[in-house]
Design a protein around this ligand. Structure first.
Ligand code: GAR
Length: 223
């Protein structure tokens, strides 16, 4: 790349419903000049989401699309969502604690361009209350997954995973905190690869530049 020619960064929208700690991790990563994406928008379905204030404090544009204003009609809600994403010329979407189910047609519009982070090692513990369920199951390893979004909830090609140890005496809260730290590492790493255009899906599995391994996308701490 010749000096002086700006490389165009992918424009990312982060969709949140709550506190937005993953959002903050993405914003921090994207603040680095060499990062291939910029956070162009943080959008919440909940007007009171604390993450909105955090995003605004970081100088990021925020929007609210409140489903109650659309009579909880999913089609109208998603049309409003799509209109916002188009208005901000969004290339990629990151779901970060966005607690709304999205229809197959909305997901289809973002095929290959929308990521989600889930607080478990998928395909184990899809759905809610993952930490309590992991403890109840007695697993020794738990973690988090970043995956491409497909119509089936908590499915889709896996892009990055982080493992954490389950410790004696863990509660759902202590385990959640350990997993959350790992989430903050894998989400920026996964988005980077996607924004660089290096992710391909082959037979339902993510491949990075044709490599079979998961360099940079698998975090396993000392256990
Ligand atoms: C995160 O743990 C994320 O993995 C989870 O919600 C939390 C949001 O925290 N997402 C889901 O459970 C989606 N199924 P954050 O608002 O601090 O990023």
């Amino acid at each position: 790349m010749a000096k002086g020619i700006a490389v165009s960064k992918k424009r990312v929208a982060i969709l949140i419903s709550g506190r937005g700690s993953n959002m903050e991790a993405l914003i921090a990563a994207a603040a680095q000049e060499s990062y291939p994406a910029q956070i162009a928008l943080v959008l919440s379905n909940r007007p009171g989401a604390p993450g909105l204030r955090r995003a605004a404090a970081a100088g990021i544009a925020t929007e609210i699309v409140d489903p109650t204003l659309y009579g909880n009609d999913r089609e109208r809600f998603e049309r409003a969502l799509q209109t916002k994403l188009e208005a901000y010329r969004i290339d990629l979407v990151c779901l970060a604690g966005f607690m709304r189910l999205l229809s197959p047609s909305f997901v289809g519009q973002w095929h290959g361009r929308m990521l989600n982070i889930h607080p478990a090692l998928l395909p184990a513990f899809k759905g809610l209350d993952t930490h309590a369920r992991a403890l109840a199951a007695g697993v020794k390893i738990h973690g988090a997954t970043v995956h491409m979004v497909v119509p089936e909830v908590d499915c889709g090609p896996i892009l990055a995973q982080a493992a954490v140890a389950v410790r004696e005496g863990d509660t759902a809260d202590t385990l959640a905190a350990r997993v959350l730290e790992a989430e903050h590492r894998i989400y920026p790493a996964a988005l980077k690869f996607l924004a660089e255009g290096r992710v391909r899906v082959v037979d339902g599995r993510c491949r990075i530049d044709g490599r079979a391994d998961a360099d940079g996308l698998l975090f396993v701490p000392n256990i």
